[in-house]
Design a protein around this ligand. Structure first.
Ligand code: ATP
Length: 336
């Protein structure tokens, strides 16, 4: 008998513990055994360990190379810096992968949306380099490097090739940020030459947002720097019915963490009403990552089947089902 695969489990803040238990329930229903090492990050870690991201949490992910993570709250303005940003940097999880696909039974203005957002995860305005120049004047420094831009572009094109995607569109504002976005764009164009089988083009970020709202089906894969990637991902989640449905992965050379696009949603935390589907679909991506694609497909099919059926619908999609009821319905279909 082979030993069970090990992974780090981070419940996180707000709706985190609720959606993480829901995703674990569905993973268990696949029969794939993952031996979870539960670790803290976020508010509970501050209370118990005095830091939002304890070293033993990082060490656990480094050891297992795999984590399923609930959202953690990032205070606005002051307070601690983002745990997600710290985690992605510490473990060099440089590629954020966010598939955006229309789902049956979900009322939206759009049909047949099928996009993948690839977001650079380690630099840009997320470098955390901010300072007060003189009172009333601050600077936040945008860092773009040739190395990170080339690396994320290679990742995007390799992903396109491996997943049957046809076109990569780089998104930028190089007409204004001629140096930083100009460098990003140059790197993307250079890498594109090594992938003649994948079409390549680019678009200015504001136009991209408008085109996405007019007709999201005109795009295939979007390749973005960190900040544009964050904003455009939420826009894309809105195209398919909201944050409750958008999964994600942070991938590096030595491991990956899987988490939904959404945040900790404190407004609905602790009420058993959050939509767990985004994290359940992230768990399906985790199964693909560990080579259990058949199980990953079963999870995705179970989600589609529950949504199509329409009997057990979460609140954000106009239904009345609780987080646990949605998870149970999906888990039952996975197991059947
Ligand atoms: P962050 O900056 O940490 O990404 P955010 O400010 O984007 O967080 P979220 O926590 O993602 O905010 O919440 C945005 C809105 O979406 C809130 O009204 C929240 O209730 C809703 N929301 C987020 N996730 C879910 C979910 N899984 N189910 C239902 N509603 C959700």
């Amino acid at each position: 008998m082979t030993a069970a695969r090990k992974g780090t489990l981070i419940a996180g803040d707000g709706i985190g513990p609720e959606v993480v238990s829901a995703a674990v329930r569905v993973l268990e229903a696949t029969g794939i055994v993952i031996d979870w090492d539960a670790q803290m990050a976020g508010a509970m870690a501050i209370a118990k360990e005095g830091t939002p991201l304890p070293e033993k949490t990082l060490e656990s992910i480094r050891t297992h190379g795999l984590a399923l993570k609930g959202p953690t709250t990032t205070p606005v303005g002051g307070g601690h810096t983002s745990i997600n940003v710290a985690l992605r940097k510490a473990l060099d999880l440089y590629a954020n992968v966010r598939p955006i696909k229309s789902l049956p039974g979900v009322k939206t203005r759009y049909e047949n949306v099928d996009l993948v957002v690839i977001r650079e995860n380690t630099e840009d305005l997320y470098s955390g380099l901010e300072h007060v120049v003189v009172p009333g004047v601050v600077e936040s420094i945008k860092v773009i490097t040739e190395k990170a831009s080339t690396r994320i572009a290679k990742f995007a094109f390799a992903y396109a090739r491996a997943n049957g995607r046809k076109r990569v569109t780089a998104v930028h504002k190089a007409n204004i940020m001629k140096l930083s976005d100009g460098l990003f764009l140059d790197c993307c164009a250079k890498v594109a030459k090594d992938f003649p089988d994948i079409k390549y083009d680019d678009i200015i970020v504001d136009n991209c947002c408008m085109q996405l709202v007019l007709d999201p089906t005109r795009f295939d894969m979007l390749l973005l720097e960190n900040l544009y990637g964050d904003i455009v991902s939420d826009l894309c989640a809105g195209l398919i019915g909201g944050l409750g449905l958008a999964p994600g992965a942070n991938v590096g050379e030595k491991g990956a963490t899987f988490e939904a696009v959404h945040g900790s949603a404190p407004d609905i935390a602790g009420k058993n009403i959050a939509n767990p589907i985004a994290l359940i679909l992230s768990a399906a991506m985790l199964l693909d990552y560990i080579g259990e694609n058949a199980a990953g497909n079963r999870v995705r099919e179970a989600v589609l089947s529950v949504l199509k059926d329409g009997k057990v619908m979460p609140r954000d999609l106009g239904g009345t089902a609780s987080t646990t009821a949605v998870a149970e319905a999906i888990a039952e279909r996975v197991a059947s």
